[in-house]
Design a protein around this ligand. Structure first.
Ligand code: SF4
Length: 316
């Protein structure tokens, strides 16, 4: 093969005839989670969602009560398995995806629901030791709040991140502190920025969650959230959901908030993709609210249609 051809095939991007840039790895306009995992771990990996924390400081009164207005009873982790020890939870969570994943699949131990660094440091340490010692696990992902990273917790994270891949996921949702107050987030954006800097300094990867369609936000607010979130290793986008039993349900029923239509939502995602730097990972372009909780927008429950739409719109 000529040297020029070798060079071309090694490029991560190519240009489509109409000018759009496309990742050669996934034929998408962005670097997705699968491409990142393949690059990092050499194969596709699957998430095994397990539990550690059972509350957060925004629910138990430490910094707020009632939680974020969109947060469900399960702490936004309805797919989380919490059955006995970490090993038992992992076995259970893995058994639920192993049929699709196959016997040799590798996994991310994903501490998903509530704020998983809002626990005793020793408990976190023990949980991380147990998860990392499981030979099926290639990375630990920890969902938490940016104001739940005191020094003793950072020391635990630093120790593990020096030996094993650790990703910390933070629910920024918006960079607009006014909206942050409205959704009862109970931390400000500067706390998020500081947390990402501290986590990066100790070798943790980071991921920020951003919600499009929050009440009162226009496109400029949303793009500013994308800019701020892009200081992380990667981002997860989702539209605003109305889950049953949450504070946002009442606001929605009073007609004070509208949800986004599918085209409208992906128009926003498209603008966001233009802003996120090329080296950042788009871990998710849309979220996943359990069907039994979802009141709106109902188009999000038709996963096959949404995936086809994403591939058509953002693929080659
Ligand atoms: S910080 Fe997370 S767990 Fe706590 S209320 Fe908000 S979304 Fe729910």
């Amino acid at each position: 093969m000529p040297i020029f051809a070798v060079f071309v095939t090694l490029l991560p991007f190519e240009r489509l005839p109409w000018g759009d840039k496309i990742w050669t790895m996934n034929r998408l306009r962005y670097k997705d989670a699968n491409s990142y995992y393949k690059e990092r771990f050499g194969s596709k990996v699957y998430k095994a969602a397990i539990g550690l924390a059972d509350s957060c400081p925004n629910r138990d009164g430490k910094c707020g009560t009632g939680g974020c207005i969109f947060c469900s009873e399960g702490g936004s982790g309805e797919f989380t398995i919490s059955s006995g020890s970490i090993k038992e939870s992992l076995d259970h969570a893995i058994s639920m995806v192993s049929k699709k994943a196959g016997p040799d699949a590798r996994y991310i131990a994903y501490f998903q629901s509530f704020s998983n660094t809002y626990v005793d440091p020793k408990r976190l340490d023990d949980a991380l030791i147990e998860a990392a010692s499981d030979e099926r696990v290639v990375q630990i992902a920890i969902a938490t709040r940016p104001d739940c990273l005191p020094q003793d917790i950072m020391e635990v994270l630093a120790r593990h991140a020096s030996q094993f891949p650790v990703m910390v996921e933070l629910g920024l949702q918006t960079a607009n502190d006014g909206t942050g107050k409205f959704i009862n987030r109970c931390f400000d954006t500067s706390t998020f920025v500081d947390a990402v800097r501290r986590l990066s300094a100790i070798g943790c990867d980071t991921c920020a969650h951003v919600i499009f369609g929050l009440p009162g936000e226009d496109i400029n607010d949303m793009m500013e959230s994308v800019r701020v979130a892009s200081i992380c290793t990667g981002v997860k986008f989702t539209c605003l959901y109305i889950p049953k039993g949450t504070a946002i349900e009442n606001i929605w029923k009073r007609g004070e908030v509208e949800v986004l239509g599918m085209e409208e939502y992906f128009d926003i995602v498209e603008k966001a993709l233009d802003i996120v730097p090329e080296d950042k990972v788009i871990f998710r372009v849309t979220g996943d609210c359990p069907k039994k909780l979802l009141l709106a927008p109902l188009w999000t429950s038709d996963k096959r249609r949404v995936i086809n739409y994403i591939n058509r719109r953002f693929g080659s």
